[in-house]
Design a protein around this ligand. Structure first.
Ligand SMILES: NC(=O)c1ccc[n+]([C@@H]2O[C@H](COP(=O)([O-])OP(=O)(O)OC[C@H]3O[C@@H](n4cnc5c(N)ncnc54)[C@H](OP(=O)(O)O)[C@@H]3O)[C@@H](O)[C@H]2O)c1
Length: 313
């Protein structure tokens, strides 16, 4: 990895990825951390102008594509057309800019396990096609599938190099800790606030039995780099292959945050599918990569990070 463009570099996963690439490859590698303030990738002219300008001074060997419009909670339910339009535009503009301006660069795009159908068994990569995602994520999930199809088409017609990874739910330092965030960030925010101000209860959405796979953000960055460097597959699941219940996560966070009050469960809140977990056997066979951080260590580190952030450290 010498000269890398990271799209979505101002976001949660992107920031950690850029930091990790810089630490790992040092002065031998230049990273352009692209955010929407430099180029709104949903706008074709802006995208092409930025890439055209950049090609004269930057001999790019990797593009890692994370830019996407997505928000947690019920936002996807209410903004399906917005998500479809913006994310399709980002993806098609980026694919064409790649071919026109950086055809020697390998494209690694980041997809999400919400692409998979709604059942509880581990999802192998063979389920990407011929299956339908959950109804409320339909539009977003299909923009991710479209990216995969686009990469394959550009690779075949123009001889470009590409791979994609499918991530589970990512958590860790830098996440959003607001109440309407992804489940881990939202719970850490609630428990840490409650422990600090001495609230008697913390509410967990759902009955606590819904299960998800969680990947620590530093491990996600590490795995993305491994895939960018070594994977020649169209698509690889990249995760731990283990599912944990929201109840388990909440108890670990409660302990780490030192919250002495009571945990309550609100069954009326929207919580999505019952269980979602990746089959990571292909990743292990092909990349030999295993996520180094255990769930409990990752949660404790994230709680400590958020506490330090509140203390202004
Ligand atoms: N977080 C997860 O749990 C998770 C799980 C599975 C997959 N993923 C995938 O990982 C990627 C990154 O996720 P994240 O959680 O880091 O997202 P995030 O924090 O919401 O960041 C999104 C990034 O996309 C950029 N972006 C959005 N619209 C753009 C536009 N029109 N033009 C250019 N850039 C634009 C944002 O730029 P600005 O901030 O500068 O506007 C930001 O850097 C996404 O593709 C997501 O699907 C994430």
């Amino acid at each position: 990895m010498r000269n890398v463009i990271v799209t979505g570099a101002t976001g949660f996963v992107g920031k950690t990825l850029v930091e990790t690439i810089r630490q790992r490859f040092g002065a031998d590698c230049e990273v352009i951390a692209l955010g929407s303030n430099q180029a709104d990738l949903s706008k074709k002219d802006e995208t092409f102008e930025w890439f055209e300008r950049t090609q004269w001074t930057f001999d790019c060997d990797h593009i890692i594509h994370l830019a996407a419009l997505y928000k947690a909670g019920d936002w996807p339910v209410k903004h399906q057309a917005t998500q479809f339009y913006v994310n399709m535009s980002i993806n098609v503009n980026l694919l064409e800019a790649w071919r026109r301006f950086f055809p020697k660069a390998k494209m690694t795009s980041i997809l999400s396990y919400c692409m998979y159908p709604s059942h509880s068994e581990p999802h192998p990569e063979t389920e990407v096609y011929g299956t339908e995602p959950e109804d409320y994520l339909f539009a977003y999930a299909f923009t991710k599938k479209a990216m995969l199809i686009g990469q394959r088409a550009y690779a075949r017609e123009h001889g470009l190099a590409a791979t994609s990874v499918i991530l589970p739910t990512v958590f860790g330092p830098g996440d959003s800790f607001a109440e309407n965030s992804h489940v881990v960030g939202a719970l850490i925010g609630k428990f840490v606030r409650a422990a600090r101000v001495g609230l008697p209860t913390v509410e967990v959405w759902g009955d606590g039995t819904q299960e998800r796979e969680f990947l620590y953000v530093g491990d996600a960055a590490d795995g993305i780099i491994a895939a960018a460097l070594h994977s020649n597959h169209d698509v690889l699941n990249l995760g731990t292959g283990a599912a944990y219940s929201v109840g388990h996560i909440a108890h670990q966070i409660q302990k780490a945050a030192g919250f002495a009050g009571e945990m309550t469960f609100n069954m009326n809140r929207f919580v999505g599918v019952k269980r979602r977990v990746l089959d990571v056997s292909k990743m292990r066979d092909e990349l030999g990569w295993v996520a180094p951080t255990s769930i409990d260590d990752g949660l404790t580190k994230t709680v400590r990070w958020h506490e330090a952030q509140l203390d202004g450290a």
